[in-house]
Design a protein around this ligand. Structure first.
Ligand code: NAP
Length: 311
């Protein structure tokens, strides 16, 4: 028996349960609340989608949890004092979906759609000089599964692409930076800064006043990772002083974004409701199933999240 531990609405949990059981015909994937206390003690692996920490604690003998999402910062705090390992979703389909969103919103900035939309609101006809994509430098924070796929996509469309990660990479056509000095160097060249980092203690509020100040005047920010990686007040200051021209925000420290938030109506912010890369039900279930079948056959766990770095 495999518990599906989740706080999703019941109808969404049912969709997951059906799809997971289809992919795992030799298992019985069950809503966690439907499992008896005795059976809970026998479960070694659980599949999770936004579980409450208390729901996880009911399963005293879990070896590992498989998340159906890529971002696992809440899970990592839930298991920090337990031996439970966490496996996050690594799915080429998700990387492709994110790379598509990155391209779409980079083009939105690159072809100055916010600027022309403002002009239209004022019945104002004015052409601005076209800048070729090759002259537009995009710096990506995070060159992992999503960052690398996005970098390739951007390069393919003619942009000049840079990336910053903990370890320096050797990637064709992408300039790689690491460390504090590397970040300073990259930020100074970013016409568009794209955030694809995991939220960890080391990345919380990484993008702050002093780092935004390093970016060229008139540059833009896209955050498709987690809201707390960017200090919102510092970003608002940078937008209000016209140092940063525009921000596309898909993620926020508190979601859903409060209807009272000033971000909604800010003329230089595009607010998106966390839609850049939704998990694909079918590909995610296939991947989760393969990982669980291998575990049952060999006892081996897939790559787990590092509890020290948090990703
Ligand atoms: P990943 O494969 O783990 O890649 C993380 C990247 O960030 C790696 O390149 C890593 O460097 C770098 N990194 C981590 N901590 C760092 C630090 N302190 N300093 C410098 N670089 C650091 O993660 P992923 O699968 O690409 O996903 C990234 C994030 O996207 C997820 O954690 C999630 O929050 C977010 N996400 C958002 C959506 C959405 O719809 N908005 C959807 C899916 C995921 P190394 O390569 O050196 O390890």
């Amino acid at each position: 028996m495999i518990p599906f531990i989740s706080q999703l609405p019941e109808n969404e949990q049912n969709v997951w349960l059906t799809a997971l059981n289809d992919c795992l015909p030799n298992e019985n994937v069950v809503r966690s609340s439907d499992i008896s206390p005795a059976d809970k003690k026998r479960c070694q692996v659980a599949i999770v989608a936004n579980p409450h920490p208390a729901q996880i604690a009911e399963f005293g003998h879990l070896i590992w949890l498989h998340s159906v999402w890529a971002g696992v910062e809440h899970l990592m705090s839930a298991v920090k004092d337990s031996p439970i390992e966490v496996v996050r979703l690594i799915d080429p389909m998700l990387s492709q979906t994110m790379a598509e969103a990155v391209l779409a919103w980079s083009l939105y900035i690159h072809r100055e759609m916010p600027r022309y939309a403002k002009q239209q609101m004022n019945n104002h006809w004015q052409q601005h000089q076209y800048i070729p994509a090759s002259d537009r430098r995009i710096g990506i924070l995070g060159l992992g599964e999503l960052g690398q796929a996005s970098a390739e996509q951007l390069h393919h469309h003619g942009f000049t692409v840079m990336g910053w990660s903990r370890s320096k990479k050797s990637l064709a056509n992408i300039s790689s930076y690491s460390g504090d000095d590397g970040l300073t160097e990259m930020l100074a060249q970013c016409d568009i800064l794209l955030c694809l980092l995991p939220l960890t203690p080391a990345t919380k509020e990484l993008v702050n006043k002093s780092r935004l100040a390093l970016m060229p005047k008139g540059s833009a920010v896209i955050n498709f990772a987690r809201g707390a990686i960017i200090n919102t007040d510092d970003l608002l200051d940078a937008l209000n002083t016209r140092h940063i021209d525009h921000a596309v925000l898909d993620v926020f420290e508190h979601e859903p974004l409060s209807s009272q938030s000033e971000l909604w109506q800010h003329p230089d912010i595009t607010v998106l409701p966390h839609i850049s890369a939704p998990t694909n039900l079918n590909s995610a279930c296939d991947i989760v199933a393969k990982n669980i079948i291998k575990f049952r056959e060999t006892g081996l766990l897939p790559v787990t999240v590092d509890k020290v770095t948090g990703y």
